[in-house]
Design a protein around this ligand. Structure first.
Ligand code: ADP
Ligand code: GN1
Ligand code: MG
Length: 380
């Protein structure tokens, strides 16, 4: 279903679901919000004794997350842990991390009449997200926020978090699915994507490096976010810093490099991931350097030498897995990502391949920047 149709259908259900949460005041309205690819997000407004208060509501995509109750259990643990940390600043916990608002029955979710799962968060006012980093300073504070996020979660007590999507960044499994989609070619689209398919085949071996390093124990398993694209990080409107790393559905065990990689993928280029003018898709070493310096100002203290060695590779790797996933979804008929136009997923794949090629052209320089940042960064 195209994004507009999905949202209209979900809006009707949103009006029903929001009333089941433990919210005070008089309901005013609810409307679609944000531009995520996975969940349906809404904002509601309530008159609380003369003050208008907003909440975020999300219908969790249960095709993507088959166990929304486990997702919510993870999120409650992670947000509770971060809220309990001093965080080295005077920012209150309800602005430093998401706050889950319970349902009237005390659960962290509500089921709608179609069986859908809903959750509610406090709306973090006075924030925005970026689709593109404007200056190296943006790159620096975005990197720092993810380094801090990982550092805070390093002390989360056991048990291990649920794997909300098993094998989410497992390149080998993603390739198996890609080859299955290709052999079935159920929408007869492989011809249209011949060049992209060839690129994916040529790069398969290099793409396995992170998942093999993790599996073979060369790099440690850590709690990571797994979806650190820039527009999941809420930035203070007052300027100068990232307040809160949001979109926590995929927080689960992985490697720190998955997060670094997704930051590099989204922060170091001047084009959005569905930009069709590929001349705009270019890796920028200046943003890369600032991003890594920000990240390492928090993460240097816990990263192993093997993780530091793979910092530059991480960007290429996560860009490759995204190109592969967009291409697979295109071949399968656009069931996973919300699309706004025919061919949207193929456009995204082409864009990501262009970014990989640009990263490759800057490879020597990027590796040197990463090695220097890992040795020299200390404070930010
Ligand atoms: P998706 O999983 O579909 O990407 P997100 O959780 O990223 O959904 O939410 C979509 C957008 O909604 C975010 O990019 C952000 O702009 C906004 N958003 C999410 N949670 C909050 C919040 N608690 N306060 C303010 N804005 C939020
Ligand atoms: C999805 O949910 P959202 O839009 O923040 C996807 C990420 C991709 C991203 C590409 C659970 O993120 O893995 O990197 O789209 N999330 C999931 O834009 O698949
Ligand atoms: Mg998101």
């Amino acid at each position: 279903m195209a994004t507009g149709d999905r949202t209209t259908a979900a809006l009707t259900l949103a009006r029903e679901a929001v009333r089941e949460f433990a919210l005070y005041g008089d309901f005013l309205d609810v409307a679609p919000f944000g531009g995520g690819h996975i969940n349906d997000t809404f904002v509601s407004r309530w008159n609380q004794a003369g003050t208008t208060v907003r909440y975020i509501h999300q219908r969790i995509n249960d095709q993507v997350f088959p166990h929304p109750d486990q997702v919510m259990e993870n999120i409650l643990r992670v947000t509770g842990h971060i809220a309990g940390k001093a965080g080295g600043s005077d920012i209150p916990p309800s602005r430093r991390t998401l706050t889950v608002v319970p349902a009237k029955d005390g659960k962290s979710w509500v089921r709608d009449s179609m069986g859908g799962w809903w959750r509610t968060y406090l709306f973090i006012e006075g924030t925005h997200t970026l689709e593109l980093a404007v200056s190296p300073e943006d790159a620096r504070f975005l990197g720092k926020s993810v380094g801090l996020f990982q550092k805070q979660l390093a002390s989360l007590p056991p048990p291990r978090l649920h794997e909300s999507i098993p094998d989410f960044h497992n390149m080998e499994k993603r390739y198996l699915r890609f080859y299955r989609a290709l052999s079935q070619d159920s929408c007869n689209r492989a011809g249209e994507a011949a060049a992209e398919i060839a690129f994916m085949r040529e790069n398969e071996e290099r793409g396995a490096i992170l998942i093999r390093s993790l599996r073979e124990g060369h790099i440690p398993e850590r709690i990571c976010h797994n979806d650190t694209k820039m527009n999941n990080i809420l930035i203070d409107d007052a300027g100068g810093s990232a307040l809160c790393v949001g979109d926590l559905d995929t927080v689960m065990p992985g490697t720190s490099l998955f997060d670094v990689g997704d930051l590099i993928r989204t922060v170091t280029t001047r084009a959005e991931e569905d930009e069709r003018d590929l001349s705009k898709v270019a890796f920028d070493p200046v943003f890369f350097k600032a991003l890594l310096e920000g990240y390492l100002s928090e993460a240097l203290e816990f990263l192993t030498p093997e993780e530091k060695e793979l910092l530059a590779e991480a960007g290429r790797n996560i860009t490759q897995i995204m190109a592969l996933r967009f291409l697979t979804d295109y071949l399968e008929g656009d069931h996973y990502y919300h699309i706004a136009r025919p061919g949207h997923n193929l456009d995204r794949c082409r864009n990501q391949i262009a970014l990989i090629k640009s990263m490759d052209r800057h490879w020597e320089e990027a590796k040197k920047i990463a090695d220097q940042a890992a040795l020299l960064s200390g404070s930010c």
